[in-house]
Design a protein around this ligand. Structure first.
Ligand code: AMP
Ligand code: MG
Length: 343
């Protein structure tokens, strides 16, 4: 199969919409990461997503909609807190969990009795959903286990020859996947952190809880509420270690470990802040500490670069666990199998 990368003109969006309606796959930009979309009502089309990604069948997909009127047929109820959060944060980088109706095939929900739904903030994404005339099930458009794609080029690296079309909408704004929230109970629970932060949710509905697995590894056989948490996502081939502490100690320790790796014949890299002094060592920039949104935006591209360059060791600076820093640390933590050194 030839994979076409096209600019999202109205004509191409119409064509992409008809491919989806026809049961094919199309990769498209969203404000979080690039998605790999299929008609969410078509179990066979959804099966193609799992095949193209090499995704385990027990990892559910998020269903993307272009307006709230599309929700009622897909769910059996809209929880009160979900209504408040939708009004506040949609369209935007937030997925809500609903009790699902029979319109959602088991392949989408991976056998769960719930479905995650999101209205993306990206105009191209919503135009594609409208053009297809159906809700679009879409996980990130990477091969399973690779960092999520934040550019059309990343999608092409992973999906060339596997899908007919990639809509190239440029770089993703947020750069990390959506915040997943289960708002069915009295207090909304964040299952996966993202661009909509715990602070924002608390401000909107008065309370918020974090799932216990956000900053912890999941042990073999353990049940989790957000199945994606189980998998060692985002993992570069390089051994990845995170350093947390005062900037002076972190920089000194990273430099020592870097020099030792080099002396041992390895090829180290640093994922660090550009205002910290690493001399002439190789740094993949996370921006500056005052702007954790830059780290969010750059993290996945940096993790991909480690593999492209054949790095053997990645030494990463930690971010504070507040705001979007929590989402960055959740993804970085999982890339590092939560190997975090406290200095
Ligand atoms: P991806 O779109 O590749 O980021 O993957 C979607 C992720 O959203 C999954 O790995 C789950 O962690 C989460 N998710 C999707 N649907 C549900 C659901 N019904 N319940 C809990 N988590 C979900
Ligand atoms: Mg993914």
């Amino acid at each position: 199969m030839i994979t076409k990368v096209v600019k999202p003109t109205p004509d191409q969006i119409r064509l992409a919409g008809s491919l989806i309606a026809d049961g094919q796959l199309v990769a498209f930009p969203t404000e979080t990461v690039y998605g790999l979309g299929a008609n969410a009502r078509d179990a066979e089309a959804v099966g193609r997503i799992f095949e193209a990604k090499g995704r385990p069948g027990d990892n559910p997909l998020i269903v993307h909609i272009s307006c709230e009127a599309e929700i009622p047929p897909l769910v059996v109820a809209i929880p009160p807190h979900a209504k408040e959060l939708m009004a506040r944060f949609w369209p935007g980088p937030m997925t809500l969990i609903f009790p699902k109706s029979d319109a959602i095939p088991d392949a989408v929900s991976a056998g769960l009795d719930t479905v995650g739904i999101r209205m993306p903030g990206n105009d191209i994404a919503r135009a594609l959903i409208e053009a297809s005339g159906c809700p679009i099930a879409a996980p990130s458009a990477n091969r399973s286990g690779r960092p999520s794609p934040t550019s059309a080029q990343h999608v092409l690296e992973d999906m060339n020859g596997r899908i007919p079309m990639i809509l190239d909408g440029g770089a993703c704004e947020v750069g990390l996947e959506s915040t997943v929230i289960d708002a069915r109970g009295d207090v909304p629970v964040i299952l996966r952190p993202g661009g909509i932060t715990p602070e924002m949710v608390k401000e909107a509905v008065g309370a918020v809880r974090l799932d216990e697995h956000i900053m912890a590894p999941v042990s073999e056989g353990e049940r989790v509420r957000s199945p994606g948490m189980k998998y060692r996502h985002y993992a570069p081939k390089a051994r990845t270690v995170i350093f947390e502490g005062t900037p002076e100690r972190v920089v000194r320790t990273i430099c020592e470990r870097y020099d030792a790796e080099l002396a041992a014949g390895g090829l180290p890299a640093i994922l660090g802040f550009e205002n910290h002094d690493y001399g002439d060592r190789q740094v993949l920039s996370l921006g500056i500490p005052e702007h954790p949104d830059e780290a969010a935006n750059r993290l996945f591209a940096a993790l991909r670069e480690l593999d492209t360059e054949g790095r053997t060791l990645a030494l990463c600076e930690a971010l504070p666990l507040s705001g979007i820093g929590l989402a960055v640390m959740n993804r970085m933590g999982r890339a590092a199998a939560f190997d975090i050194v406290h200095l």
